[in-house]
Design a protein around this ligand. Structure first.
Ligand SMILES: Cc1ncc(COP(=O)(O)O)c(C=O)c1O
Length: 397
């Protein structure tokens, strides 16, 4: 796009910046010389207004003491969600959360007891399983179903069976769903909500990828779908994926039902969990106030990258199909056509192609034979990665 205002093409060297993506390759892949295309943050400079706001705060006020909520901080979150996603809430219905994984752990500990069952839908973002088992709760998996056209859908019959027979206390709705990038339709979420209400299940809707829907799709917040959803829903979202500020740690939680909200928010406050720090408030307010155009252009760039990967696989990499996401910058690569065992597939990517992706198996049942590719990188980097992969696949013969 010639008249793009923001630069997504420049390659920024992130090594040595305590970046998980770059500085953990040895630990993750057993070697340091892979092109990293894994962890879900972006290789793009953030929107300049965020940098400017942080720089001003840090340099012009050299006292970093205890903070109260920054003027306009909550309003920026409320306005963004209303305008972008049609999610309306008041400040009383929301609280700060220091990261969504942390927030899920807190919700899990508050709403369930050891031994309780919690539903996830694999393949799904792996920390859900880790937190559930790590907190001595039990995972019940309502696996996603593959559709005839190669995409995925929710198994609503399976969900009802599980709710009726297993009596879980909580369900995780990854909304949009990572990996795969499913933007769950309102009618599916409405069914989930009705079932959850019937069987008394709290629904934790993780909407961290909600601002990243691609052309032809839109994000439906769980809290917008029905009264049932508002009765059972605990929603968490963040500007972190949207604006590439995950390292700053800023998220929010909205609960509509006061019977769920009041005890939960009181418990968070009692435990010192609900106060944002001044840097996260500064970055969040700048992002939500000024980042709209940056995000629009970023998503266009990402969508072009996704199309490039889909076409490249189709034309040059027999055996690998890139499944186009409806949301987010993560592409689910179906590598089953290569006919490789799990270890051989990992060896192909890491040791032969020298590219570092997430092993699909880490996302649980249904993930083996797949890899998750992060395309939120400059196009030249992505192209290089695809070329290395194509050469490695060609050399298999
Ligand atoms: C679905 C989902 N939830 C949560 C997170 C992490 O959120 P946080 O960094 O706020 O803990 C990620 C990061 O990839 C994610 O994909």
């Amino acid at each position: 796009m010639e008249n793009r205002k923001y630069d997504f093409d420049s390659v920024i060297d992130r090594r040595g910046t305590s970046s998980v993506m770059f500085d953990m390759c040895q630990e993750m892949f057993g070697r340091d010389d892979v092109l990293p295309l894994w962890v879900a943050d972006m290789g793009f400079a953030v929107c300049p207004e965020i940098t400017q706001a942080l720089a001003e705060r840090v340099t012009q006020h050299p006292i970093y003491g205890y903070s109260v909520p920054l003027e306009g901080y909550w309003q920026s979150i409320i306005d963004w969600q209303r305008e972008r996603n049609g999610l309306e809430f008041s400040q009383d219905e929301a609280c700060f959360i220091g990261g969504i994984v942390n927030g899920f752990g807190l919700a899990l500990n508050h709403f369930t007891r050891p031994g309780d069952k919690v539903i996830i839908q694999e393949p799904v973002y792996h920390p859900f399983r880790m937190l559930i088992t790590g907190n001595n709760r039990m995972v019940v998996n309502n696996a996603l179903k593959r559709t005839d056209d190669g995409f995925y859908e929710m198994d609503l019959e399976g969900l009802e069976r599980i709710m009726e027979q297993e009596r879980p206390r909580m369900m995780v709705l990854c909304n949009p769903h990572n990996p795969i990038g499913i933007a769950w339709p309102a009618e599916v979420q409405r069914e989930v909500a009705a079932l959850a209400r019937k069987y008394d299940v709290v629904v934790f809707s993780d909407e961290i990828h909600g601002d990243l829907t691609l052309k032809g799709h839109h994000h439906t917040s769980f809290l917008t779908v029905s009264d049932d959803a508002r009765a059972v829903g605990v929603v968490m979202g963040a500007p972190s994926k949207t604006f590439n500020i995950a390292g700053i740690v800023s998220s929010w939680c909205v609960v509509k039902n006061p019977e769920l909200r009041k005890p939960f928010f009181n418990w968070l406050t009692t435990n010192g969990q609900s106060a944002p720090n001044f840097l996260s408030m500064t970055a969040t307010r700048a992002a939500y106030r000024h980042g709209g155009e940056w995000l629009t252009q970023c998503l266009e760039y990402i969508e072009d990258n996704i199309d490039m990967v889909v076409d490249y696989c189709r034309e040059h990499i027999p055996g690998i199909t890139a499944i186009k996401p409806q949301a987010s910058f993560l592409v689910w690569l179906d590598c089953t056509g290569l006919g490789l065992e799990h270890d051989a597939l990992i060896d192909l990517f890491v040791n032969k192609a020298r590219i570092g992706l997430n092993d699909g198996a880490m996302f649980g049942k249904g993930g083996s034979g797949f890899m998750r590719l992060n395309v939120a990188v400059p196009r030249s980097v992505l192209r290089q990665g695809m070329e290395q992969l194509a050469a490695a696949v060609a050399a298999l013969k």
